[in-house]
Ligand binder design. Structure first.
Ligand SMILES: C[S@@+](CC[C@H](N)C(=O)[O-])C[C@H]1O[C@@H](n2cnc3c(N)ncnc32)[C@H](O)[C@@H]1O
Length: 280
């Protein structure tokens, strides 16, 4: 016998499929292959906050009110980030990848899903300290234009600076972290010299194609929101974007292991999930 709760759940799931299709058709953002649990949680949170009765009612609002859609877009793209997040990742880059980058006269890096930019500025600091910032071209992309506006400015609330200083030290920082920013009342602004070789741009990993040919891709805390099919698509995109022998850094929470390109990469650091594209 079908229980009443199963029935309701089934209908909610159907409504979710429909709203995701509607968002794709109207706005071009494709969340249909994001993890179901993630999407459901975010939509139901917004449903309650908006005091609406059903996802179908929400769909009507999304279609007729672009501002409401922007709110939902922010809900669906989790933007949590920090300076030198998971410091061990930067230590691993210093040890395993930077020595190779040092052998190139010029190299390109792509931060995919860069959010508000803290990860990108962290990496720029690392390149400065390793003496190779001037040889780098760094592209940083996200599909959310609001976070990119913040990233471009490089101005952040001062309240987390203590935590960031600790992260910087744990990441192998060799100077004083305060050398890289100016404090101004309740904000800090990162030094202009860190911005010189950075380009922030809109790019959607689900619907856009290869971004550039690069030596290193860093994409952390993004794939966890995607289902298997979408993870495979994005990893193929990364594979196509890397030069032979190029590096892919996914961070400790994600892995290539169950994707269709696993055999095409060698593991460089298993804890921080850093891989190297095998030579053809
Ligand atoms: C949790 S943040 C991770 C930020 C940073 N990489 C880090 O680890 O601190 C995830 C980012 O992925 C972005 N994102 C989600 N789906 C995306 C897509 N389809 N294309 C590009 N960026 C996407 C979100 O907008 C968000 O800024």
């Amino acid at each position: 016998m079908i229980k009443e709760t199963d029935n309701i759940n089934h209908t909610v799931n159907l409504e979710i499929e429909l709203i995701l299709q509607a968002i794709f058709n109207k706005y071009g953002y494709d969340f249909r292959n994001y993890s179901k649990a993630h999407v459901k949680r975010r939509l139901l949170n917004r449903l309650h906050a908006s005091k609406l009765k059903s996802i179908s009612e929400m769909q009507h609002k999304v279609l007729y009110e672009p501002d409401y859609f922007e709110t939902l877009l922010r809900d669906l793209s989790i933007n949590v980030t920090e300076m030198f997040r998971d410091p061990g990742f930067y230590l691993a880059l210093r040890k395993e990848v930077i020595p190779i980058l040092k052998t190139y006269p010029f190299f390109k890096v792509w931060h995919a899903g860069c959010s508000t930019g803290e990860e990108v500025y962290s990496f720029a600091v690392l390149l400065m300290e390793e003496g190779i910032y001037d040889r780098a071209q760094i592209y940083a992309t996200d599909f959310n234009h609001d976070v990119l506006d913040i990233a471009k400015k490089g101005i952040y609330p001062i309240e987390r600076i203590k935590e960031y200083t600790a992260n910087y030290q744990a990441a192998g920082g060799t100077q004083s972290f305060s050398d890289y920013y100016m404090a101004n009342y309740d904000s800090v602004i990162y030094d202009q010299s860190l911005k010189k070789n950075l380009v922030f741009a809109e790019h959607n990993l689900v619907t856009d194609s290869v971004f550039a040919e690069v030596n290193l891709i860093i994409c952390r805390n993004v794939l966890i929101y995607f289902n298997k099919e979408l993870q495979n698509r994005v990893i193929s995109l990364f594979y196509e974007s890397l030069i032979n022998g190029g590096y892919l850094g996914l961070g400790s929470k994600e892995t290539l292991q169950f994707t269709n390109k696993y055999e095409k990469f060698a593991v460089v650091n298993n804890d921080e999930k850093i891989y190297k594209k095998k030579l053809l």
